[in-house]
Ligand binder design. Structure first.
Ligand code: NI
Length: 226
């Protein structure tokens, strides 16, 4: 399931991120790519230990903690500290697959990458190209979201970033280890959670709601690891 989550941070916050990031010293993105991905990766990245990366990353993690849609869809156990990238003129990232495990910089910790996230920071009309294209069994889907919106997608998908042909595309990207490992299980829980919210709003006094809530939590118990 791919999910575009609106306004994880506000457009004003995204603009402030872009202003701060445009003043930062960027490194070559190949540094954090595996040997196969490095051949198709052409962008700039903020070093993982860059103070700005940590500062802005903390703000994103705080925003995610408050985001009910993210929590319900990802059921997060661990989140890799957010990283930042910049695609300038003619830069792109060809077809690749994200690594299954990510180390956490400066900590003896590893995160299984169940989900990938891209938080778009540049307004879409400020650059041409730069779509995030995710391959699915039924075909590829292309995403170019508003500043502050985030795409959450299963990390096992082949994906790419189309060449930027005007302006610059800044984004934050990171990975999530979910409490619920299997995508079908996460999707089922998310659908049930959404249905329960709708019923809770429309028929809040229906006695069967309690049993249905029980089914949700029993499935969560069956399928989750903490
Ligand atoms: Ni990737």
């Amino acid at each position: 399931m791919q999910l575009a989550i609106k306004a994880v941070i506000s457009r004003d916050e995204a603009a402030a991120f872009v202003r701060a990031l445009e003043r930062a010293d960027w490194s070559n993105g190949k540094a954090t790519a595996g040997y196969l991905s490095a051949q198709v990766k052409n962008n700039a990245q903020l070093r993982e230990d860059h103070p700005l990366s940590r500062q802005l990353g903390e703000k994103i993690l705080d925003a995610l903690d408050r985001n009910e849609v993210f929590i319900a869809a990802a059921l997060p156990l661990k989140v890799v500290p957010p990283l930042f990238n910049r695609y300038g003129d003619a830069q792109s990232y060809g077809r690749h697959i994200d690594g299954g495990i990510r180390p956490v910089f400066g900590r003896p910790q590893r995160v299984r990458t169940d989900l990938s996230a891209t938080l778009f920071l540049s307004p879409p009309d400020s650059y041409d190209g730069g779509e995030l294209i995710v391959e699915e069994a039924g075909g590829a889907q292309s995403f170019k979201l508003e500043a502050g919106d985030m795409l959450l997608y299963p990390a096992n998908r082949v994906h790419r970033v189309a060449p930027v042909t005007r302006g610059a595309r800044l984004a934050s990207f990171f990975w999530i280890q979910s409490m619920v490992r299997l995508e079908d299980h996460r999707t089922t829980l998310f659908q049930l959670d959404n249905a329960l919210r709708t019923l809770g709003r429309d028929v809040p006094d229906h006695p069967a709601l309690v049993e249905m809530m029980g089914v949700y939590h029993n499935l969560l118990r069956l399928w989750s690891d903490t």
